[in-house]
Design a protein around this ligand. Structure first.
Ligand code: AMP
Length: 540
């Protein structure tokens, strides 16, 4: 696969079907689909979608926890010529309605869990949905498990007549599969046609839909494969616990796995014991996840009981990997954790420490193929800064979004001289390794001095009792803003805020010391498992 050749996710799938047709593509609780079967399911589903009117430009929502439906429907919408709009199934009605309205989604494919269907049914008419396709989980499980699920959780899964969605039709997924005919071919211009509207987390104001073209997604996959030097096409097994509705799961895991004909072991939600058991039983070779998942692995008392030796590639991204965590995970696995950096707007990764040993501790690695990282002056972003100086991280590359959907003002503001402004502060070293300092909006301006929460979080993480730490700024009568810290403790450890403050006195300057340190049982997380500073700011 050429590193920047225009192509799209469908080319990845077609190549995998052609080359690795007999190899497993999906494992879902022990039930498997080969690449040939996946290709056939995608074609049939695409035919059904086209019969419903899906074609170029039609936005189809996916509101699915990780399951075979997520993979089949993603590629089927693209094959039908449509645009995928990823929805987080945990969104509340208001958030779902807002994103449906903003994206102009008319058809929603959703898991038929009561928790999801009730929300969709309540907003369907008002939000502009004309059809909901509901997907029964039991139909994708091995027989034994499907029976168990029907028996134990009957009330969770909804009967079709329980969903009343006004003028919006509600049909089962199997209704898409009735015609055994190939989909009509659709001409795609990979460089210009939008494949996915990927909504940003929305921690700052209204969520915006990043327009990711077919070519951007293809590049994001090719770049990840190049970073994971040594991957063996047709032989890897990737444990996918990161949600496929987020860019991390979609590109770095799903598209990349398909790009090398790997088996995707799908887990719909994160539960540490289950994940460890599945890695051990299925002999997973690739795990890529947010740092909080590694923290949970370290904290779980039974971790050492599982044989995790099959994992050849371990990746971390999405949020800072504290150095202390990195060292302990590397000791556990007796090998490196490759940290990468990316964002919704880059369809995947920007940089990573690569598996050929180009690793620098504390860094998120070097720019991936065909990618340029620029550091620009925080006050004057037209000014480029030399290595060693801190500024805003800006990115050029084939994986960068085409802009925000129907938001010309925000789209223009997201770029400077054609480079994407990430909103992250960082610096490059002389060898091109990127070090992230913090998100610009998270920097605490304390009596005119920039306090980087990440410095405090790392320092707190070096205390033997601390499992996780998060620091935010709070208004302060004297200093304007002051840092406040929240920590969780490692199992079997105790300490006090005063002891933690004493520890910090040896680690950071006086002005950086937090005004308060609160010890908590847990920290709020975003749906993909990052520590949520927005929730902490709101007092959760
Ligand atoms: P999202 O758009 O939800 O994927 O969030 C992207 C943001 O996550 C970036 O702008 C960074 O602030 C943060 N991020 C991603 N990867 C890393 C990393 N390895 N270290 C620190 N922050 C990261």
């Amino acid at each position: 696969m050429g590193e920047t050749q225009p192509g799209g996710p469908l080319d990845l799938l077609d190549a995998a079907v052609a080359t690795h047709g007999a190899r497993p593509a999906i494992d879902f609780f022990g039930r498997r689909w080969s690449y040939a079967e996946l290709g056939a399911q995608v074609a049939r589903t695409a035919r059904g979608l086209q019969d419903l009117g899906v074609g170029p430009g039609v936005r189809v929502g996916l509101c699915l926890p990780n399951s075979p439906y997520s993979v089949i429907c993603y590629y089927a919408v693209l094959r039908a010529g449509g645009v995928v709009v990823n929805f987080n199934p945990l969104y509340v009605e208001r958030e779902l309605a807002q994103q449906i309205g903003d994206s102009g989604t008319t058809i929603m494919i959703a898991l038929d869990a009561a928790m999801i269907m009730r929300k969709l049914a309540a907003i369907a008419g008002m939000a502009g949905l004309r059809m909901i396709v509901h997907c029964p989980l039991a139909a994708m499980l091995p027989l034994g498990r499907a029976w168990l699920l029907r028996l134990l959780r009957r009330r969770d899964f909804i009967a079709r007549d329980a969903v009343r969605a006004g003028d919006c039709a509600v049909i089962p997924f199997r209704a898409l599969l009735t015609r055994d005919a190939p989909p009509d071919p659709v001409a795609i211009d990979p460089l210009h046609d939008v494949a996915v509207l990927q909504y940003t987390g929305g921690t700052t104001g209204v969520p915006k839909g990043a327009m990711l073209t077919h070519a951007a997604l293809h590049a994001g996959c090719a770049q990840t494969i190049q970073g994971l030097v040594g991957l063996e096409p047709g032989r890897e097994r990737a444990l996918i616990v990161m949600p496929l509705f987020h860019v991390f799961g979609m590109t770095v895991l799903m598209n990349t796995a398909v790009g090398i004909g790997a088996e995707m072991i799908l887990l719909p939600r994160f539960e540490v014991r289950q994940m460890l058991r599945v890695i051990a039983r299925r002999r997973a070779t690739v795990l890529s996840a947010v740092p909080t998942i590694y923290t949970a692995v370290l904290a779980a008392s039974e971790t050492r009981r599982y044989d995790l030796s099959s994992l050849r590639f371990r990746g971390s991204g999405g949020a800072p990997l504290p150095e202390e965590t990195q060292q302990r995970v590397e000791a556990l696995f007796a090998g490196p954790v490759l940290e990468g950096y990316g964002l919704t707007e880059t369809a995947g990764l920007v940089s990573m420490n690569t598996a050929d040993g180009h690793i620098r501790r504390g860094s998120v690695g070097r720019a991936l193929a065909a990618t340029v990282i620029e550091i620009r002056d925080l006050a004057d972003p037209t000014r480029l800064l030399p290595p060693g100086e801190r500024g805003e991280v800006c990115v050029r590359g084939p994986q960068v979004m085409a802009g925000y959907w129907q938001r010309p003002g925000e789209s223009a503001a997201a770029f400077v001289d054609g480079a994407l402004r990430t909103g992250d502060a960082g610096y490059l070293d002389a060898d091109g390794y990127l070090f992230l300092v913090d998100r610009i909006k998270d920097i605490v301006i304390c009596a005119g001095y920039n306090v980087y929460p990440r410095v405090l979080e790392e320092a707190l993480g070096r205390h033997p009792a601390v499992a996780e730490a998060a620091v935010i700024g709070r208004p302060d009568a004297y200093r304007g803003e002051a840092p406040v810290a929240f920590v969780t403790l490692r199992e079997g450890h105790t300490t006090t805020p005063a002891a933690l403050l004493d520890h910090l006195r040896d680690e950071v300057s006086k002005i950086e010391l937090p005004r308060e340190i609160e010890i908590r049982q847990s920290l709020p997380k975003t749906p993909i498992g990052k520590i949520s500073k927005a929730a902490l700011r709101e007092g959760h």
